[in-house]
Design a protein around this ligand. Structure first.
Ligand SMILES: *[C@@H]1O[C@H](CO)[C@@H](O)[C@H](O)[C@H]1NC(C)=O
Length: 162
């Protein structure tokens, strides 16, 4: 009982940090075309909301697109649009549905479906992409993350129930 009460502030802090991260990438999503519409290159039918990060839910280390977007002042223009940040042969604009590099914030991109990832080389299983994506294993670490998620939920449940 005491242990769980002692952990309560830590859990609260985690929760707050978690929502701050979510706010950050939600704001950034709106600054790129189809930012909330990027397909998960690891799992068909799901999305990758934290577009600039190796972690699909945002936060942590930035992928090459996130690094480039940050160094472009978090501004979408033809400079970042024409780059091929993940080096998979398709420019950031082509990947995000703005092949002409004309999209501005609030507008509808030329294409809104089949949006591929600008920061993760695809196809992820190709030899070239395995080398480029390196040890960031964007497709691998779900088990560890779910284990932590489960632990976190169990911790919260304990605090509320007791
Ligand atoms: C794009 O924006 C960045 C950051 O503001 C700027 O340095 C760059 O010159 C811009 N590129 C173009 C083509 O306007």
């Amino acid at each position: 009982m005491k242990l769980f009460l002692g952990l309560a502030p830590a859990a609260l802090l985690l929760l707050l940090l978690g929502s701050a991260t979510v706010d950050a990438f939600k704001t950034l999503q709106a600054k790129i075309p189809n930012g909330a519409n990027v397909n998960n290159p690891c799992q068909a039918g799901t999305q990758w909301p934290g577009v600039g990060h190796w972690n699909k839910d945002g936060g942590g280390e930035r992928n090459p697109f996130g690094i480039a977007f940050k160094s472009n002042g978090f501004v979408w223009n033809s400079t970042i649009c024409q780059l091929d940040s993940d080096q998979d042969g398709r420019s950031n604009g082509e990947e995000l549905g703005d092949p002409q590099c004309v999209w501005t914030e609030g507008g509808t991109p030329e294409r809104t479906d089949g949006i591929t990832h600008p920061g993760i080389c695809e196809p992820v299983n190709s030899e070239n992409c395995m080398r480029l994506n390196g040890n960031n294993i964007p497709c691998g670490s779900t088990t560890i993350k779910s284990a932590f998620g489960l632990l976190y939920v169990m911790l919260l449940a304990n605090i509320l129930v007791r």
